[in-house]
Design a binder for this molecule. Sequence first.
Ligand code: AMP
Ligand code: MG
Length: 334
Amino acid sequence: MKDLLVLGIESTAHTFGCGIVSGEGEVAADERSTYIPSKGGIHPRESAQHHSSVAPGLVKRALSASGLSANDISAVAVALGPGLGPCLRVGATIARALAAAYDKPLIPVNHAVAHIEIAKLTTRFRDPLIVFVSGGNTIISAYSDGRYRVFGETLDLALGNMLDAFAREAGLPHPGGPKVEELAKKGNKFIKLPYVVKGQDVSYSGLLTAALKLLKEGFRLEDVCYSLQEYAFAMLAEVVERALAFTEKREVVLTGGVASNVELQRKLEMVAKEHNAVFGVVPRSLAGDNGVMIAWTGALAYSHGVTIDVAESHVRPRWRLDEVDIPWVSRGTN
Ligand code: AMP
Ligand code: MG
């Protein structure tokens, strides 16, 4: 939609982001700050405190970077879920305050839908099989009949979470995914680990436990990282292949923070080629959580009449991808 400018707020987990995007998908601002736990995994309350302390400054910076004032914005979009309750509430509070103070419509955005839409925008794919892998999600999805349907997912840990947990136990800094990737390149010994695919779904918790056991047994960290990645990505590639054979989509897109992993990209590209599908990856700069993807999904939703009353805009920590109506996609394309 021409002349549309949407400000998007992301705060579902570790990152507070504020993005401004036009109705054509041009990015006018992309400000973000990520909470890094001092030890252990993400502590929801600490992450929420981080978000509260950076939020006002980031919103101001986004507006000044875009050369806009709050009055120039057409609507405010916010990720209401899924995510960590205390973190979600910070973003929702800021978004509601902006919408109320400047008398702008408020648009509810599902965080998983946003990871998908930013991947579609940046790859120009129209109807892909989507592989969404991040800190908190491992989902294989495709559009069908008004919604993004789930064709496979993890039964326990998300891929990013599993890599982060492994890295943490191995004494590597957070986030662990990129460190595991780096070390895996120096591994050359393939060590047997549990490979768990159940129907269309993967399970990563047994793999994590077994990989940590290898470390205790004295195997080289590089070899364990290499083997861990091989198993984790091969399991995912298998369920992706099955979903691709079933849905017969002609495009495969990889999105979410773990999408930056080059070995995962290589494996999924091979699967896509086998099935005569083209393969694309969200750019690294938009792979992790950000406000731009919320603003862009907000723009799509708003141009199809989706808004929410401030009084109704409760956070939805467990809001599933396949519960969201997607009116901007028709017959599998947009
Ligand atoms: P997100 O939740 O979408 O912001 O993504 C964050 C997750 O992506 C964390 O679990 C990171 O460890 C993971 N990640 C980022 N870069 C890589 C990489 N190169 N390889 C594997 N995982 C990664
Ligand atoms: Mg995410």
